[in-house]
Design a binder for this molecule. Structure first.
Ligand code: SAM
Length: 260
């Protein structure tokens, strides 16, 4: 079961969340000049604010943001304009029938697809010669915010509600690199750990409840959900203590760009 999204909560800490997007976009250098890029697809586009930046860079291209969440797409619709549109689609299903594009982009989405390493050949095949594939996924699933969430969710009385819940997961950069090299792509893969400095005692909970912990929290019935949230919040406050009202929040992210 995939989570329902809250675009407003997700865009809290917008500067911090958009930084990896910008760092990834900076490394996207298709062989085709930007003025000749005709088609760009943003997989898991969310509320669409980032997709707009793709359109800003490739102004002459037909840019499409794809997402499975109606709530995210409702927000993204406000950004639609000539040459920029948003459509509901499941990434795996779209890939199965994709017409190759010049730039295939995905920021912070593929980790929600179980077994997404197996999608690497299809992702590479969905890019035209001269084009580029670029994606970023969080690589912080061992950090306290996820370790605590997983530990609590594995305990009674929460565990019995976790069947079928999508567990976000990513691989090391080298695994994506090898999977794409195996289909003869030229790959640049790297990781960056951002040290976000977030205001307020509740910052870690606000961050993770807007994204990585959504599926876990939503799987719980009323009553238990509040209990889980209270315990999770308290443990996060201990794990990310504040100094002068601000907590340091390390966030490792995995980046991949590839020329098929
Ligand atoms: C963390 S948000 C990232 C949004 C946007 N890319 C950004 O950087 O702001 C992840 C998005 O991926 C979408 N998503 C997750 N799994 C998906 C799937 N299988 N097919 C399409 N979209 C998916 C979610 O609905 C959500 O909007």
């Amino acid at each position: 079961m995939a989570p329902a999204w809250d675009p407003k909560l997700y865009t809290t800490f917008g500067d911090e969340r958009s930084r990896p997007f910008k760092d990834l976009l900076d490394r996207v250098r298709p062989t085709v000049p930007d003025s000749e890029v005709r088609s760009v697809v943003d997989l898991g586009c969310g509320p669409g604010g980032m997709t707009v930046r793709l359109k800003d860079r490739w102004a002459g291209a037909d840019v499409i943001g794809l997402d499975s969440s109606p709530d995210m797409l409702a927000k993204a619709a406000a950004h639609a304009r000539d040459g920029l549109r948003f459509e509901q689609a499941d990434i795996s299903q779209w890939l199965a029938a994709a017409e190759p594009v010049d730039v295939l982009f995905s920021n912070a989405a593929l980790h929600w697809i179980p077994g997404h390493l197996d999608l690497m050949p299809a992702l590479a095949a969905a890019v035209r010669p001269g084009g580029q594939l670029a994606f970023q996924v969080p690589g912080n699933f061992d950090e306290p915010m996820h370790a605590i969430r997983k530990e609590l969710a594995a305990r009674a009385p929460y565990a019995e509600h976790m069947g079928g819940v999508v567990e976000p997961f990513s691989h090391d950069a080298v695994d994506y690199l090898r999977a794409l090299q195996a289909v003869d792509a030229e790959v640049d893969a790297w990781e960056t750990t951002y040290l976000h400095v977030l205001p307020g005692e509740d910052a870690a909970f606000t961050w993770v409840s807007g994204a990585g912990a959504r599926a876990t929290i939503q799987a719980l019935p009323d009553g238990l959900r509040e209990e889980f949230v209270a315990e999770f919040r308290e443990r996060l406050t201990e794990a990310y203590p504040t100094t002068d009202g601000r907590a340091i929040f390390p966030f490792r992210r995995i980046f991949v760009v590839a020329r098929p």
